[in-house]
Design a protein around this ligand. Sequence first.
Ligand code: IVH
Length: 699
Amino acid sequence: MSSSEIADRVAQLRAEIRQHDYRYHVLDAPSIPDAEYDRLFHELRRLEEAHPELLTPDSPTQRVGATPVGEFAAVMHRVPMLSLGNAFSAEEVQEFVARIEQMLGRSEVEFSVEPKLDGLAISLLYQDGQLVQAATRGDGVTGEDVTHSVRTIRAVPLSLTVGSGWPQTLEVRGEVYMPRAGFVEFNRRARERGEKELVNPRNAAAGSVRQQDPRMAAARPLAFYAYGLGEVSGAPLADRHTGILQRLRDFGLPVSPEAGRAIGAQGCLDYFQRMGKRRQQLPYDIDGVVYKVDRLDWQAELGYVSRAPRWAIAHKFPAEEALTHLLAIDLQVGRTGAITPVARLEPVFVGGATVSNATLHNFDEVARKDLRVGDCVIVRRAGDVIPEVVGPVLERRPEGARPPELPTVCPQCGSALERVEGEAVIRCTGGLVCPAQRKEAIRHFASRRVMNIEGIGDKLAEQLVDAGLVHSIDDLYRLDLATLSGLDRMGERSAANILEELERSKSTTLERFLFALGIRDVGESTAKALARHFGSLDRIIEASARMQPYFGDPEALKQSAVKKALAAEPLIQVPDVGPVVAQRLWEFFADERNTRIVEQMRAAGVHWPEHEPAAAAEGPLAGQTAVLTGTLTGMTRDVAGARLEALGAKVSGSVSKKTSFVVAGSDAGSKLTKAQELGVPVLDEAALLELLSRHESAE
Ligand code: IVH
């Protein structure tokens, strides 16, 4: 290429990249895949490196400057950056509009209505279409020069060359923000690297812009929306605010697509409602909406009070975050004995509700967030999402606050707690001795998918245990009308209903009964597999009793030598049952208290049909275990499974090393990934059909 051809190519690449930035950030309609964009960018960078004389400061490659700035220089705003008054209720909005209508002597005033982005206010100064300065709001009169960081934000054009007709001096005001997805992704990576996470997208945006090293800001996914003007030379851009926003779009600046117009207080409130509903779906956080009198001559007439305009107001959503105090970390004991730390909080109104406690999930989480009793903490409750303790405000930590100690005994029964290596949970070893576990065990036993005993829920389970009426689940079948109807808020009628339900539940199935026992790691599908394989409870108990258990580190159960030694165990012949579940069954049935409970229930009349053990499969696929995943086009997975079973294969729900092959239809997910990781052969639908037809025709 001749040097003029190279210069042409460089100019062309820059124009194309700017056009794509504009399509992406302003029109929200990208027209090329990211990889193609990267290719253009790379080509431009290569040409500029080879021909440094062609470099210009507004080239898209020049967003990240080479050196960190020292202190931020002060910037005097030639037009002050004002703030907004707030409204927190419909009445306050009505008063705001009424005042305006009265001052103007008009009704049905039109407003520009916009989302109130939750980020950092920034003023961008364009001279002759080139970005020359970016400043924070500061105190409204003097801000800080953050040009070096703001230049790294792709949504901020370095030059206005995509649009046209911009004035010589154009000061654009808007909000720098961090989209939620970028925030989550940033924190995921920070967590992976053991680095500090960002508290929320707003702080993240503010913190990123105020980095001295532009590479720090460049590494963070920031974006920008314009919402107004500062100083502008020449003729006014429009006679309405909505007209200005349109002009800004035309100049190539991003303006929120959610912005619109509304008439009167009712129109504003309708917009508020609409945005309240849309809020969760938006890719960024907003903390309210802003109403601005649309006509600029009316804005001038209305003027300002102190430092806020009379012609605009921010209507805030109930805050999603609030500060409060962490009073205590309580312990909750679940059905399986898992101990969950729960934050007891000084009640605080957040996200439209009063929050006084929040789960902390587990102690790793408590340590990761560095929470200490007495801390001032940020509590977040977004929409209907369960409240969350985001983290402590370290500057306000009281002296002497210590990290909580790991509990060693169960708060309910005093039994020792154990922590399984490699697991985050701490468990109570008390089993059914522990009242908390008993309550949960009853609730689980009675629940719909298990024994389906209507009328026995949380409340009753609690009463039954607290009153000493039920020590273990078999006691349920010893309840009588007098005892039950003697309970608080229990009429004779409901007591009779519950007894009837209990009676009805006695006729059940083996799989439900097994699931009902609450054996750790024996869920619905494992119970089903066990029932199907053995056909009788006694055979399951016998197989468990025969097993030679391993003691010590449960992690050892995953080692291949141990697995090999266990491979011959009858329990392990069941699809879905591996060493860990087998050991759990052994543990459960080796405990006499448990076998007694089972016997008591059988004596009380709990029964289920039994059948012969599943015959060792015959057929060309005998001994093979298949897993089906994804969507098949020619038949359902059930049909495919039945055809494989007819050929002697076992069909299992989860992939392990024991799996002989996985059939993956379209949209297959984690099972396919796991198969690939374990090196288990994968068949697509065509290969499945071939396999079936080969063997079925041979039969
Ligand atoms: S207009 C004179 N419009 O809210 C009017 N501000 O509480 C000045 N903000 O500092 C602001 N979205 O950082 C306006 N659509 C919007 C906004 C918005 C967010 C922020 C801005 C401002 C603060 C005022």
